[in-house]
Design a protein around this ligand. Sequence first.
Ligand code: 2BA
Length: 108
Amino acid sequence: MKLIVAIVQDQDAVSLIDDLTKGNHGVTKLASTGGFLKSGNTTLLIGVEEEEIDDVIDIIDRNCKTREITTSLLNVTIPGETYIPYPLEVKVGGATLFILDVEKHIKI
Ligand code: 2BA
């Protein structure tokens, strides 16, 4: 068994979870925060058998879009001046996936 950890954008999470559930894949949703943008994203835990992995990746691919986000995260300091927010274009990916081996899966 494998555990797919999928970090996706909040906007894509509802349709993705619906499609995973329709496809008979179990999924748990966690609210998470990206370290760079410090804004909310969604982390999904999806436990799958090896032969389901391609189907799950397909479903994620169909639901998750890459978006350009403009953020004023970075500040430029000019000597003698206050901080000036500096607009930064960031491409946020469709999804970031980690696929891990599961040693044991127990349901009680
Ligand atoms: P964030 O950390 O908020 O990053 C959002 C987007 O900002 C990233 O999109 C990337 O395009 C950009 N970015 C991140 N770090 C950067 C840096 N040091 N300089 C310039 N741009 C930077 P994605 O790569 O699609 O990542 C989306 C979210 O996936 C991330 O949100 C983070 O929550 C998660 N993530 C990505 N790579 C990860 C990793 N290796 N480990 C754990 N989580 C990861």
